[in-house]
Design a protein around this ligand. Structure first.
Ligand code: AMP
Length: 619
């Protein structure tokens, strides 16, 4: 398939544009490129360093600061400083509800399955917008350091990211003005950085052990003919080097017999202890004893004690490795290579334990903080067609998806996916008793289907009448090696099914593809803004519908005043919907939700509460 480079200023084809690789991390992000010596290199914007802390701060005017400058506000202004946004990307409130305490900023509880939003001051931000701020900063740094526009990127995500999290990452890239050529798994990128998978004749099984500051995951990959397949993943998204620091702090508190009540009052002291603990941990990666003081508190730690302190956490990671092996039906002896990723794998005890577990010494020569970004740069270089030794596999030139609420394009198979491929997603109805669902298949990169190419349309008929939100309609796309797309829709509760075959490439010329790509880049920002407004609107409309139905059905559980006040909130939301102001709609929807939450709890009507859930397609 054609590899297209576009000069944004002129719209002409261009061969030498740099494509960067981006590691969009939970704690830190970084960007790499292939230097003129054909070696991957992390971009170091003078004076700013390699790592960009994944932190966004909003000042009183609502302007965003990103990176080290933003990090300082974590302590002085935590409510307006967003960190770890990657944990929220593509997630609903339900997904993160148990962990609300770990975030110092406000996450909106809208009681449904739609994606989370974060409230900063009077404004609502999606994790996509916040991640886009981080990506914009990375783009700007790359442009500054390389002295050339950077418009195309490969972005990495954890292997366990689901479809919605991957799509959110793509959207963030788009909003930052980047054409995201591919979303690559972090363990795949790390393997590529070590040259694994670059030889098309190589067949290998790889374990990638990634222990960062706050998260741990292990992936078992197989490579065959240059194609990576994730066999299994395991891990704990709340386990990492921060836990090592905490164990050290507890140890010092006990050793110095510090009073818990005093410490609870003195957050400054706790913070100093935590920072000192991290310092000790890092020092013990290259020496045997750490011995310092904070005032009259002795902060002493020897390597052996440190290893005893962290042993239970490390054992937990090895349990995950065991589980990952079981899931991939392999034994440790069948793993050919082990790759280390993440700052915490610098701890010699971690390395030794991993080596012992897999029975081989892991790859650790590349800086574990940089290895993913470096691999992403290699993947970018492969996609740019700069490596003649590597076979470029057939890929889909344009995204394939279906129309959802408000005329939005929901991508099912993203552009540049390797062929053959299959992907699917689940949908539901938006109206009570809906028995037909129209499925319209589109091709293209724009957020509104009307700007894309329509490929086909069919009706899934005979869905049994159920309350909105209850039917489960799986839509599956299968694109075979000959480029034929089979779209299948099946309602899982009743088994009603419909299927069609389409040839997406029919009538598609290189010129059309090129034009569609250029259009998607020039319109990226307004497209994403429009998408967010439509999403807010659909959510708002759905909420009005649900709230009105709720009053109709369960008014008897409420007082007259409660009904009247609910009516006022509904009216306010309707007025905001009429004005088509995204933030206003979200604000009023939030207020209506907050107001009616106790009523729903009072009634506990399963059918109605499930009608509030689910993504829906207009019939
Ligand atoms: P990451 O999330 O991959 O950036 O990893 C950050 C984690 O690595 C933090 O917990 C750091 O304290 C830890 N780390 C960084 N350098 C070292 C080191 N030399 N030894 C042990 N841990 C380290």
């Amino acid at each position: 398939m054609a590899k297209i480079s576009i000069n944004l200023a002129t719209g002409s084809l261009q061969q030498e544009e740099i494509i960067v690789g981006i590691d969009l991390g939970t704690t830190n992000s970084l960007v790499a490129f292939i230097n003129p010596d054909k070696k991957p290199q992390v971009i170091n914007d003078t004076g700013k360093g390699l790592l960009v802390p994944s932190v966004v701060y909003f000042n009183a005017k609502g302007d965003a600061l990103v990176g080290n400058e933003a990090k300082e506000f974590l302590i002085t202004d935590p409510a307006n400083t967003i960190f770890s946004v990657k944990r929220l990307l593509g997630r609903s409130y339900k997904d993160v509800a148990g962990h609300q305490d770990t975030f110092s900023y406000k996450i909106i509880d809208d009681e449904n399955d739609s994606l989370v939003k974060i409230k900063v001051g009077d404004k609502f931000y999606t994790p996509i917008e916040l991640s886009a701020e981080i990506l914009k900063e990375l783009k700007a740094r790359a442009e500054h350091a390389l002295k050339t526009p950077v418009n195309r990127a490969v972005i990495t995500v954890p292997a366990y990211f689901n479809d919605s999290q991957r799509q959110a990452t793509r959207d963030a890239g788009k909003l930052a003005g980047l054409d995201v050529l591919r979303i690559v798994n972090e363990p795949t990128a790390a393997s590529l950085a070590y040259g694994l998978g670059l030889d098309p004749n190589q067949q290998k099984t790889i374990a990638v052990y990634d222990l960062g500051g706050g998260t741990f995951d292990v992936s078992i990959l197989s490579i065959q003919n240059g194609i990576f397949e994730v066999l299994s993943t395991n891990g704990n998204t709340f386990l990492g080097g921060d836990d090592f620091d905490r164990s050290i702090v507890h140890y010092w508190i006990e050793k110095n017999k510090l009073d818990a009540a005093v410490l609870a009052q003195d957050s400054g002291l706790m913070q100093s202890l935590r920072l000192k603990a991290e310092e000790a941990k890092k020092a013990l990666s290259s020496q045997n004893l750490f011995n310092e003081q904070i005032g009259d508190i002795w902060c002493t730690l020897d390597k052996q004690t440190f290893e005893q302190l962290i042993a239970p956490k490390v054992a937990e990671t090895l349990n995950s490795c065991k589980q990952a092996l079981t899931d991939s039906k392999l034994t440790a002896a069948e793993i050919d290579e082990v790759v280390l990723v993440g700052g915490s794998t610098r701890t010699p005890y971690v390395k030794a334990q991993v080596a012992e577990f897999f029975g081989r010494y892991p790859h650790d020569q590349i800086n574990p903080d940089e290895v993913v970004a470096l691999g992403a740069a290699i993947q970018a270089d492969i996609l740019a067609g700069n490596r003649s030794d590597i076979l470029l596999l057939d890929v889909t030139p344009l995204s394939l998806g279906i129309e959802t609420m408000g005329g939005l394009m929901d991508v099912i198979i993203p552009r540049n996916a390797k062929v053959p491929t299959k992907a699917g997603r689940q949908y539901t109805t938006s109206i009570d008793g809906q028995v037909n669902m129209k499925i319209s298949v589109f091709q293209g990169e724009r957020d509104l289907v009307q700007e894309n190419r329509k490929l086909a349309e069919f009706d899934l008929k005979g869905i049994p009448a159920m309350p909105a939100g209850l039917p489960k309609v799986d839509i599956n796309f299968m694109l075979n090696a000959d480029g034929i797309l089979t779209v299948q829709a099946i309602e899982l509760r009743s088994g009603v099914k419909q299927e069609i075959d389409i040839t997406p490439s029919y009538g598609l010329t290189d010129d059309t593809v090129e034009k569609m790509l250029i259009d998607s880049i020039t319109h990226a920002k307004s497209d994403v803004e429009q998408r967010m407004l439509i999403e807010a609107r659909s959510e708002g409309e759905q909420l009005v519908y649900t709230a009105e139905r709720f009053i109709e059905k369960h008014g008897s559980f409420l007082t007259a005043a409660e009904i009247a006040d609910t009516g006022t909130h509904i009216k306010a939301l309707k007025a905001a919907l009429a004005k088509a102001e995204k933030d206003e709609i979200l604000k009023k929807a939030d207020e209506l939700n907050e107001f009616t939450r106790p009523f729903a709890e009072r009634v506990m009507d399963v059918a109605v509460s499930s009608a509030m859930k689910g993504k829906s397609i207009d019939k």
